[in-house]
Design a protein around this ligand. Structure first.
Ligand code: SAH
Length: 245
């Protein structure tokens, strides 16, 4: 099945962009995912093709018009009716690997990219749009955020990454950061590789990796660690999902 990505943007020329090369580019060529871009400006209703207007209540910048956005979304829904519609916005729910997995398992995504000050708020309820943030940063447009979301989904599509890296040990997959990696040379500028990794003792290596994943998560991401240990303490809550791989 082809994962259908539809991007609503004022800058369709930004796509596939970086997703046209490497893993994602090959997968696009092989038809594992498809890409449609929709130019929001095509849905403007005036002679000048205006997509934005001044903010109600005053203030700096311009806001994307709800009527123009709605027409663009309706058109995109016609292309892929089963795909959820997501809008990229710093006010949205932070994107998680769990949500990426759900999306990658579905028929595709339709992604609305903002510009200027963002969207007229009425679009979200009015068209059942999921608001998604890619972090507590402000981008100049939703396009890099959409590329990020797509990249994360595409690498999980069947046959894209190859069997060796099904991603089950990756950061966030079990609520932890991944353990650190090393490769040759064994010594570099006086820095060595942890001895255990060269021991050939697979049980010891696994234990070391588990310990480092725990420790690094606790030190670097106390928020993840708290959730992880909390979830372990109350397994009956069903808050954690077992993956089948
Ligand atoms: N005035 C808005 C920011 C607008 S930035 C605010 O303060 O919340 C312009 C566009 O960039 C947004 O509409 C959105 O589509 C995109 N964008 C910026 N930061 C983002 C983020 N962290 N996550 C997802 N999209 C983002």
């Amino acid at each position: 099945m082809t994962f259908a990505a539809t991007i609503l943007t004022l800058y369709p020329e930004m796509f596939p962009g970086p997703l046209g090369v490497s893993l994602a580019g090959r997968a696009l060529g092989e038809g594992k995912w498809s890409l449609d871009t929709v130019q929001i400006r095509d849905f403007a209703i005036d002679r000048h093709k205006t997509v934005d207007d001044t903010p109600a209540g005053g203030g700096a910048g311009m806001v994307l018009r709800v009527d123009v956005l709605a027409s663009a979304i309706d058109h995109a829904r016609g292309l892929h009716p089963a795909c959820p519609v997501l809008a990229m916005t710093p006010r949205g729910k932070p994107l998680s690997q769990e949500r990426v997995r759900e999306l990658a398992a579905g028929p595709g995504v339709t992604v609305l990219c903002g510009r200027f000050e963002g969207f007229d708020e009425r679009i979200f309820e009015g068209r059942g749009v999921e608001e998604v943030s890619v972090g507590d940063i402000v981008l100049s447009g939703g396009e890099p955020a959409a590329l990020m979301l797509l990249d994360a989904c595409i690498r999980l599509l069947p046959g894209v990454m190859g069997a060796a890296s099904s991603g089950t040990e990756e950061s966030f997959e079990n609520g932890l950061l991944e353990y650190p990696h090393y490769t040759r040379p064994a010594e570099w500028e006086g820095r060595t590789i942890p001895e255990v990794l060269r021991s050939g003792d697979h049980a010891k290596i696994a234990a070391w990796r588990k310990q480092r994943a725990d420790e690094d998560t606790r030190l670097r991401r106390p928020d993840l660690w708290e959730r992880h240990t909390g979830a372990r303490a109350q397994p009956a809550s069903g808050a954690r999902r077992e993956t089948k791989e």
